[in-house]
Design a protein around this ligand. Structure first.
Ligand SMILES: Cc1cc2nc3c(=O)[nH]c(=O)nc-3n(C[C@H](O)[C@H](O)[C@H](O)COP(=O)(O)O)c2cc1C
Length: 215
């Protein structure tokens, strides 16, 4: 019920009160990301709660002047570990979890082997997992009365822009070599109540059995 309500209440929030984010609510929000599902449970993520003013200002620059980022009491730097895919994983556990549909031979099939598809697919798969994680965090944040905004437009491996500044931010965040900064999630107590932004009609995005056939 709480999740349904939070989804209903969802709006991107870009104005925040100056009050800090309660520590418990922040931890719960981050923990919701930690609990998100991922491909083979690989969990290729790391979340850094940023409240350092100098670093937040750099994030504004990195995002081509999106000033609301610095006005948020906390910015979660959502990082993706592209190296996570090539670590030997507990395939036995995976087999147990999916015993009825997957056998050892099938696990060697390219559809299961993300690491063999090259850097752009690895990056895409990493983004996919992060999207689920920050989606979970957004719902949890709303549940705690917080407002947030996902920020994807900034210099990094996805956009290929602002390489020098990005490297500086990477150094500030002390990111290991194969850990990329792939999204930001601004968080604070909302100081605006924007109306719900329009969505496409249900029937224009949902079908039954065939594209365009109404459910
Ligand atoms: C992956 C992703 C990246 C986004 N990047 C930005 C961004 O860089 N700056 C921004 O202000 N909003 C950004 N947004 C927020 C969207 O603009 C917003 O979700 C959309 O307009 C719908 O509005 P709503 O979230 O209030 O329903 C992003 C959203 C997503 C999902």
């Amino acid at each position: 019920m709480e999740a349904t309500e939070a989804i209903e209440k969802w709006r991107s929030i870009r104005k925040y009160k100056t009050e800090p984010v309660p520590d418990g609510a922040l931890r719960k929000t981050l923990d919701a990301g930690r609990k998100a599902p991922s491909w083979e449970n690989v969990q290729p993520w790391h979340f850094i709660a940023v409240d350092d003013e100098g670093l937040k200002q750099k994030l504004v620059k990195l995002s081509r002047g999106q000033k609301f980022i610095a006005s948020a009491p906390v910015v979660i730097a959502v990082c993706g570990d592209v190296g996570a895919w090539d670590k030997p994983r507990n395939r036995e556990a995976l087999l147990k979890a999916t015993a009825e549909v997957v056998d050892n031979l099938l696990l060697k099939d390219p559809v299961f082997c993300v690491a063999e598809h090259g850097p752009s697919i690895i990056l895409a798969r990493t983004m996919e997992q992060l999207g689920i994680a920050y989606g979970f965090m957004c719902v949890e944040a709303v549940n705690h009365g917080l407002g947030c905004c996902i920020v994807g437009a900034f210099g990094n491996e996805m956009t290929g822009s602002l390489r020098q500044l990005y490297d500086e931010v990477r150094a500030d965040l002390a990111l290991p070599e194969r850990v990329y900064l792939l999204a930001l999630l601004t968080i604070g107590i909302p100081d605006e109540q924007p109306p719900a932004r329009p969505r496409k009609n249900f029937d224009s995005v949902v079908s039954k059995n065939k594209y365009g056939n109404p459910l």
